[in-house]
Structure formats: C-alpha cells, structure tokens
Design a protein around this ligand. Structure first.
Ligand code: C2O
Ligand code: CU
Length: 476
C-alpha cells in the first residue's frame, strides 16, 4: 500500500493515512486477500457520445473517450486497483456505486477524499467481495458530470456464473440535446431541481441511439441493465419474452418475473435478467419503456437474425449464490424514522438550512427544495452526520416519502434488505443499495451497519441530491 501512495500528492496521502486499517474491518475482506490485484486505468477526459447515429457526435466528458467508459470486469474476490487520471479542466472523483468497500475508496469529495484536481491522479483500491453488476461514476457535481457522461460499469463475475450464451450490458441514459446538437447547458435550473429532475430528450443504450438489438433464436441471454440517467425512471417491457430477474443492484434475488411484466429501474439501479430468445429467425419484438403514462416509447427492437435456432440445451436457471452480506437481526434492530420532504406540490413550508429555519421561497432562491428529517443538506458545508450508527448493530430505516415525487434513495457502503412497503412484507425481501420510493410511500429497509466510516445517503435523482435531499450516516 505504501508503494502506490508515493506518487500521489501529499493531500491524498494524508487522507489515505487516515483511512488505513478501515478496510480490514469489513467482515469478509480478509478471507479473499490471496487473489491477485487487477489493475485498470481510467482517464477522465473530453470525448464523444452519440457517435453512431449517422449524425455528428456530441461533446461529452468521459472516462477514456467514450460513453459509457470502459467496462471493468473482475472475478469475485479479486482486488481491484484503478488509477484515475483527471485530464478535465474541472475537479472530479470516482464513486463505485453499490460496492461495499473501505470508506476512503468511496469517492465522495470532501467527505472521503479531496477532489482529484485537473492533472492529478488518485488510486482506488478495494476487494470485490460481492459478485454483481455495479457502476462507477463521478461524485463531484454529479448532476452535471454524470449527465455529461462520466460513468462506466464494473462487473464482478461469479466464480460459477449461470450458464448463458451471452452476457451483455445495457447502460440506459438520456440526454438533453439542444437544437444545435449539443448537451444543454441548463444545469442547476430551479425547475428541474424542484420537480422530477433533469429529464433528457434523447434516450441512449450504451451511449448511442439504436433501433435494434441483434439476437439469435434459441439463445439464453444474461442482460445487465444499468440506469445511469440523472432523473429518468425506466420501466421496460420485453414484448413476446419473459425475462427472469436474477439480481437487483448486483445482489442475487430468487429468480422471478417482474411485477406487471415491467422491469423498473430508477437512476442508480441495476437489474440482471435472463431472457430466453423464444422468437423465430427474422422476427422483431419491441422493448417498450412505459414508466411515464405521458411518454411511452420503444427503446429498441429485439431483432432476430436469420441464423437457425440454437438447439444446445442450457442448464435450467438456478438462483445465483448469495454474496457474503450479513443478515440483519430484525428482533434486535434499532429503528430510525426518516422523512423525505419538499419539492413542488409538497407539504414542506420551511426547513433547516445552515442551522436556520428557512422558508420554501428562500430555499428555492438558494437552489434548494428538499429536506431529510427537516434538514436541507448542503454538500459544501454540512457534512455532519444525520445519524451515528453502532458498528455491527442491525438497523431498520422506516422511510416515508412525504412528497409528490419519486425518489430512488441510495445508501453508500452497504446493502440493505427492502423488508416492507406501506406496511406489507415484500415478496422477495430483496437486497438493494438504491430503493425507489413512490410519492407518499413508506418503506422499511434493514441492514447491519458493518462498514465503518461516513457514508452518503441521498436521492439518486441528481438534481434532488444537489437540491438538498442528501445526508451522511456515520458508522462506528
Ligand atoms: Cu451512485 Cu452517491 O451515488
Ligand atoms: Cu429525489
């Protein structure tokens, strides 16, 4: 560890020193340290997106020149070492969304590290203890930086992956493109912030607009869906097919069909599905996106090629092996009530900002509209924890969405079980790192606070995040 720190600047060195020793406390890390490290390089740099639509490409901020940035693939248990070089003109950081790693590697500016300034480097290093579909993204002014393209995927492969013919990733995003064909500079506007966030007008899969996805009759496909959009929620229906959900946010779940035939992915979320290509050569089946009743569209078609049906038999679908996540003890768990408020058409009339009760109109003037338990958080000043949790203790967060809007709520450094919705036990008790709350919904999540450090807890609609719907949870 000392060796790689030599070439870092002194400020990062001090941050890293402060964090030494934290990593080894996460329960399962020590067991896997015999595997070799996998090294990667990511360069944050100007690049392009929407390059293959036949139209001119648009200027983007990228990891490595394209959007999404390169897919990093490792095996479960391997150590991951990623050198990030910042060639942008602005500072940045990299957050490993959903990965349970040591706090100092979490990539939150001013909370877990200093921003990586232009021309500087930072090395992220952690053990990939959980298999699954993860993604990495800037956490510095993320509403602008993720929107401009600073993200990619991290796949942690199971040691015994399920038998499929193909393992593919679809990173979903949308872009707000102006008449001159470039990304709209309307970042941080009050309307987006206080309503549904920055919804774009061009939807992409893996950084481009596609009208079809080639597929072969008879193949079994593992599809890893990732929502990298700032604000758009996707609800995908695969016409003529029956996708089986095998993992949510990277974590295995008993295989099941999506409720109502729609796979719902809010910003930050992932979903792994297995699809049997039951169509015939030459057929086409639309993949529809149906989340908003006002805007329903075809994402693209599954387009069967002319090749004859694959006839080799794959093993039947079996559940994925569980990751080493500690089971919360609901009997001894401590409960915290957490109320999300604010936004247009809500009940929030005033909230605490910088220690002062501030009315909604003044909040809006200061670029804020949202509160958690009556506090509006400001990423530059108020990083004091909202809650301090005891290391190793089980917790239930009873979360109520007291707003007229959807909020995908994300906790860093942990995975939690979604145990109840509106008082009813959830059918799959799924592990997640991001849970979508519908307007007025009440959700209970349960987890063991087993990863020490200061962890962000925020809405993943990035304009809500910037608008105050964030806080810090301290563990240990
Ligand atoms: Cu994916 Cu705090 O973020
Ligand atoms: Cu939100």
């Amino acid at each position: 560890m000392v060796v790689w720190m030599l070439d870092l600047d002194r400020r990062q060195f001090l941050y890293s020193l402060a964090s030494l020793g934290i990593g080894t406390q996460l329960g399962c890390i020590s067991a896997v340290q015999n595997f070799p490290a996998r090294e990667f390089e990511l360069v944050a740099m100007a690049g392009q997106a929407l390059t293959d639509t036949g139209k001119p490409s648009i200027a983007a901020w990228t990891f490595g020149g394209n959007v999404p940035g390169s897919q990093l693939r490792v095996l479960q248990g391997e150590r991951v070492r990623v050198q990030v070089t910042n060639q942008l003109a602005v500072p940045t950081t990299v957050h490993w969304h959903g990965v349970r790693l040591p706090n100092a590697m979490d990539g939150v500016p001013h909370l877990t590290q200093l921003p990586i300034e232009p021309g500087q480097r930072f090395i992220y290093e952690f053990d990939a203890i959980d298999a699954g579909t993860y993604w990495y993204h800037s956490h510095f002014q993320s509403s602008e930086q993720i929107d401009r393209g600073l993200y990619g995927t991290l796949i942690v492969q199971e040691r015994k992956p399920p038998a499929v013919h193909r393992d593919v990733t679809w990173v979903l995003d949308d872009w707000r493109i102006t008449a001159n064909g470039q990304v709209s500079e309307s970042f941080g506007n009050a309307h987006d912030m206080s309503h549904a966030g920055r919804i774009g007008n061009v939807v992409t899969v893996n950084g481009s607009v596609n009208d079809q996805f080639p597929i072969r009759a008879g193949e079994k496909l593992r599809l890893r869906l990732v929502n990298a959009a700032n604000a758009r929620i996707f609800a995908l229906r695969f016409q003529g097919h029956r996708p089986m959900i095998i993992a949510l946010d990277g974590q295995p779940v008993p295989p099941h069909e999506p409720e109502g035939g729609r796979i719902v992915l809010a910003p930050g979320m992932r979903c792994d599905v297995v699809i049997d290509a039951v169509g015939a050569p030459g057929e086409r089946y639309p993949v529809q996106e149906l989340f908003s009743p006002r805007e329903q569209y075809v994402l693209m078609d599954l387009a069967y090629d002319a090749a004859p049906r694959i006839t080799d038999r794959m093993a039947p679908l079996a559940p994925l092996a569980a990751n080493p996540v500690k089971e919360p003890d609901l009997k001894s768990a401590k409960t915290h009530e957490i109320i999300f408020g604010g936004g247009m058409m809500g009940n929030l009339h005033q909230a605490l900002l910088d220690g002062k009760q501030t009315d909604m109109r003044s909040l809006l003037r200061r670029g804020k509209a949202w509160a958690i338990n009556g506090h509006v958080y400001d990423s530059h000043h108020h990083m004091e924890p909202m809650l301090s949790l005891a290391l190793g203790q089980s917790y239930v967060f009873r979360m109520r969405n007291d707003t007229a809007w959807h909020h995908p709520i994300h906790l860093h450094g942990h995975t939690f079980r979604v145990v109840r919705r509106n008082g009813f036990t959830t059918p799959h008790q799924e592990w997640r790192d991001t849970v979508l709350m519908s307007p007025r919904e009440e959700i209970e999540i349960a987890f063991v606070a087993d990863n020490p450090g200061n962890w962000m807890f925020h809405c993943h609609i990035l304009e809500h995040h910037a608008g105050g719907m964030m806080s810090v949870v301290r563990v240990g």
